[in-house]
Design a protein around this ligand. Structure first.
Ligand code: DGJ
Length: 388
């Protein structure tokens, strides 16, 4: 704990210096930040210490009347996309003003550790397990020095929401398991060794499970990810799998720390990343992006009446200027606003891979028009757009 406070203090200082650089100021953020009264998407978003919030690819947990924002703690320069510190945590009671709670999960100094400093930690999400009383953090993990080849997911747990989180394990999900509804006759089907991507034969092979078969023994790939806890407390891990071609929804065990082996595929070869799932009036909505690295592309929205599908493609929920690039952002989470009716916030990242610490947050209201979620750009907005 002591170590965490020390590290947190150091990170505050680092952040203050970075903020001073970003803001073109010469004194590291000593003044207290004036209270925010709304959102200004794409602008620097200062925490209560006047430092730009550092929680990218994030997600929100609402617990004990407080929102907790967990995210990737990025650093300056091109190495800043690798994990030098770990997963950050901020807290807020109004969604506008965020207090830095420090590093919730620290990377390890141990060479060979799965979470060795310099690995890639992306899209961390935390859920609370009512049965065990534990906070469970899952994140996309790439092992140090291996680029994006490992395609693993990893779990850590804590007794307190802000941590410290203890690393449990990393894995590829659903080892040895076929997805729901997968036909027996495909389990042994053989495909040509080399199929040219995006040809009709290749589409058919992907749809039929070419990569599912390849990864059956070692477990399915898991990159961009999201967690969702349903009304019955069952939790799901939604992840880009099969070389980012197909999303998988996988059921978690009752303690939320493992996979039951029950999973389904969404839109094989649909090439979807950045999943963000929410539920409104009994309907599941899943927002995603295409796969263009750190560059933005058009969002996609899917809808289903059961989490296991079938899922219906609804197109891009964004409308207006720049909607085709999701307002220069990529989805990471949809925040249900407490105490408001039909109130959800689109939470996206505007990545800046050459200087990742400067990445910006695009938070926009989701509004229901003709019973469909729609996202419009706002230079500035606040929660009064939602009905109480
Ligand atoms: C897009 C993903 O959504 C991000 O989380 C990150 O993995 C980048 N690709 C890396 O290029």
């Amino acid at each position: 704990m002591k170590r965490k406070q020390g590290l947190t203090g150091f990170l505050h200082f680092l952040g203050a210096v970075a903020a001073a650089v970003l803001l073109g100021s010469c004194s590291p953020g000593t003044a207290k930040q004036a209270k925010n009264t709304g959102f200004k998407p794409g602008e620097l978003w200062l925490d209560t210490d006047s430092v730009h919030i550092n929680a990218h690819g994030g997600g929100i947990l609402f617990f004990n009347n407080t929102y907790y924002w967990f995210g990737e703690f990025k650093t300056a320069g091109v190495a800043g996309n690798t994990a030098q510190f770990g997963v950050s945590c901020y807290s807020s009671t109004d969604l506008y003003n965020w207090q830095n709670e420090g590093i919730a999960l620290e990377v390890s100094d141990q060479p060979g550790s799965d979470i060795e400093k310099g690995c890639v930690i992306e899209r961390p999400k935390v859920i609370y397990n009512q049965q065990t009383g534990k906070f469970v953090l899952w994140f996309h993990l790439e092992l140090k020095g291996q680029g994006y080849a490992a395609a693993r997911t990893a779990v850590a747990v804590a007794d307190r929401v802000t941590g410290p989180y203890t690393f449990v394990k990393s894995l590829r999900p659903n080892q040895g398991q076929w997805p729901l509804g997968y036909p027996d006759e495909l389990k042994t089907k053989k495909y040509a060794d080399k199929l040219e991507w995006w040809t009709p034969e290749w589409y058919q092979a992907i749809d039929e499970g070419l990569f599912l078969q390849r990864d059956l023994e070692g477990g399915q790939m898991s990159r961009d990810m999201q967690l969702f806890v349903d009304d019955d407390c069952k939790a799901y891990h939604i992840h880009s799998s099969e070389d980012n071609l197909t999303l998988h929804i996988s059921e978690l065990t009752d303690d939320y720390q493992g996979f039951t082996g029950k999973y389904s595929r969404i839109f094989p070869a649909g090439h979807n990343e950045a999943p963000a799932l929410f539920k409104h009036n009994g309907t599941y909505y899943l927002m995603a992006s295409g796969c263009t690295g750190w560059e933005p592309n058009a969002a996609r929205l899917f809808r289903a009446s059961s989490i296991w599908g079938p899922w219906e493609a609804l197109g891009n929920p964004c409308v207006g200027a720049d909607a085709g690039l999701t307002f220069h952002s990529q989805s990471t989470y949809i925040v249900p606003v407490q105490g408001k009716k039909d109130a959800f916030i689109y939470m996206g990242d505007r990545w800046t891979p050459k200087n990742p610490i400067d990445g910006r947050y695009i938070w926009l209201p989701i509004q229901f028009e003709n019973d469909l979620p729609v996202i419009r750009w706002h230079d500035a907005w606040d929660l009064s757009v939602f009905i109480d």
